[in-house]
Design a protein around this ligand. Structure first.
Ligand code: NOJ
Length: 561
């Protein structure tokens, strides 16, 4: 079925780092308003804003202390209303981040819940622990070794699967759920067009709280299954859908995260699931240089085989059954340029190649702010330049375990969530045009070479290439095949080239992307090219049924029937 959000091109904004209009070193809503013309010009028409609610900012806003208020560093509710209005005038829709798994410990609910007699007590998860003052079980949180924090006044632990300043909400408690539904309706009535639902896989826990015996695949993650994708999550989401989402013409994208397979995704967003419209899963965001690299020595060459298999799994597994969001990264991942591109030797070519692969796959694209100009990981030399507390905890833990500090630094440079959170590089002036003050996190020093202003002037830039592909997707002869066409790998086991076809109602496209700095050849076999749709080199190179793809070259052709 056709839907506005299937045909939209999304753009994720990390407000803290997007544009600082009031010069306090922190991006803000007014900054987003000022850049709406830039976004309209780029062609995107669906913005996802990371949280802008009131928050002590322990986790940059994912620790909400007032769901109905805007953090003063980001502006006011009037600013937000103006943003909605200004966006509407440009036909740009806005979805908010909806944080349902936890609040801040500074949220009035939690403050009240600290009293045992409070009606809010059961909004959170409390436990007396094991004899001897020990934690109730051995589960780790995503950020800390234990997911339990001792609360001295009530002589109990409370649960937090993220930071200890983010106590988990108790979804078994219907009055709590009602409060969240009421809040979600309030934002929808204000005019937002949907939600990205944070940490949605974790709303339920295994309530016997039995110790985990599973061996893990990284620090803290061995207990994943004890609070992820449990059946009850779907009951809750169906209820929320029934009481909230189904009443509006909106889009919802759930953050389901790593390790979820096709069946899990279908449980959330498949036919008749009546929960969410699509889910973010992260298999391809960590493929290259994550934990495995740390353990196996650093390999810098993209594992194209696995990348292709991953895309095949999602692109074919969900097609015709659910909808797919398309993204190279979110705000928790390394920059795609640093992961799969070649920013030193082929910034333009590899950036455009990655844009081609993304924009021609099946699903709704979400471009991450700065991706359209090829921003990279900052590779800070000093660990103290990293600000994300989960990064700092991780670094400390590895150092405490005796790992070589050089390797730890490399690991952090490669994997830190701050990689995607450095200030947007608007121009080559002082501070990269982000704002007048020193930003809250150090600017990537490459802003002199990599910035929006210079790319807008250069008609051959990555920015203009993105703009062109966005326009093709939104309104062109190829729109339907790009949005609704099926996906099939072509020459599946080619070691250097990611090639696939998209087919829809009598039209077929061939997309071929060379992921490496060596020239590679793709035999076309029975395929006959009709006309070029996009390419990142000035002249395509086809010779006797073979595509010759130079370093990071990408081409898209319409095929003859
Ligand atoms: C997922 C968000 O993307 C991440 O940034 C945040 O730290 C956790 N959820 C907790 O809200």
């Amino acid at each position: 079925m056709r839907k506005w959000w299937k045909e939209a091109v999304g753009y994720q904004i990390y407000p803290k780092s997007f544009y600082d209009a009031n010069g306090d070193g922190v991006g803000d809503i007014r900054g987003i308003i000022e850049k709406l013309d830039y976004l309209q010009d780029l062609g995107v028409n669906l913005l996802w804003l990371c949280p802008v609610y009131k928050s002590p900012m322990d986790d940059n806003g994912y620790d909400v202390s007032d769901y109905y208020g805007i953090a003063p560093e980001f502006g006011t509710m009037d600013d937000f209303r103006e943003l909605l209005q200004e966006a509407k005038e440009r036909n740009i829709k806005i979805i908010m981040d909806l944080v349902l798994n936890h609040t801040s410990d500074e949220h009035p609910w939690f403050q009240a819940a600290c009293q045992e007699s409070s009606p809010y007590r059961d909004f959170y998860i409390w436990h007396p622990g094991k004899p001897g003052g020990k934690e109730p079980n051995n589960w780790g949180s995503f950020f800390t070794p234990s997911c339990w924090e001792w609360h001295e006044p009530s002589q109990k632990f409370y649960m937090h699967i993220f930071s200890k300043k983010m106590p988990d909400l108790n979804w078994r408690h219907r009055p709590m759920r009602e409060k969240l539904y009421e809040m979600a309706r309030w934002w929808l009535d204000l005019g937002v067009d949907g939600f990205r639902v944070d940490a949605v896989a974790h709303l339920e826990r295994q309530w016997d709280l039995a110790d985990s015996s599973k061996s893990g695949h990284g620090p803290y993650r061995e207990d994943w299954g004890k609070f992820s994708n449990l059946p009850k999550v779907h009951e809750y989401l169906r209820e929320m859908h029934e009481e909230v989402f189904s009443k509006y013409d909106i889009v919802t994208v759930g953050e389901v995260g790593g390790d979820a397979g096709i069946d899990a995704a279908l449980n959330y967003a498949g036919p008749g699931s009546n929960q969410l419209d699509m889910v973010f899963t992260f298999d391809h965001c960590w493929m290259n240089r994550g934990w495995n690299s740390y353990e196996s020595g650093w390999h810098n060459r993209t594992d194209l085989y696995w990348l292709k298999q991953t895309f095949k799994k999602w692109q074919t597994g969900l097609y015709g059954k659910a909808w797919n969001p398309l993204y190279w990264l979110n705000h928790d991942h390394p920059r795609v340029m640093s992961q799969y591109g070649d920013p030193e030797n082929f910034p333009k070519e590899s950036g455009k190649m990655l844009a081609t692969a993304l924009m021609f796959m099946w699903g709704t694209p979400f471009i991450y702010n700065g991706e359209e100009i090829g921003m990279t990981n900052p590779n800070y030399e000093e660990l103290s330049d990293y600000k994300d507390q989960s990064t700092m905890e991780k670094a400390q833990r590895l150092l405490d375990a005796g790992h070589d500090p050089k390797l730890v630094k490399r690991y952090i440079q490669t994997t830190s969530r701050d990689n995607s959170r450095t200030p947007m590089q608007w121009d080559d002036g002082a501070g990269g045009g982000f704002g007048s003050q020193t930003p809250w996190i150090k600017m990537n020093p490459n802003y002199k070479q990599v910035n929006a202003k210079q790319q807008i002037l250069d008609k051959d830039s990555l920015y203009h290439y993105y703009k062109k592909l966005i326009a093709l997707r939104r309104a062109s002869h190829y729109k339907d095949v790009m949005v609704y066409g099926d996906f099939a790998l072509f020459d599946e086991f080619h070691p250097n080239i990611f090639a696939f076809t998209r087919h829809y109602q009598g039209m077929t496209l061939l997309v071929a992307c060379n992921f490496f700095a060596e020239t590679a050849y793709l035999g076309l076999g029975p395929l006959a090219l009709k006309e070029e749709v996009a390419s990142n080199y000035p002249d395509a190179n086809v010779y006797e049924g073979t595509l010759c793809l130079r370093p990071y070259e990408a081409v898209v052709y319409e095929l003859k029937n």
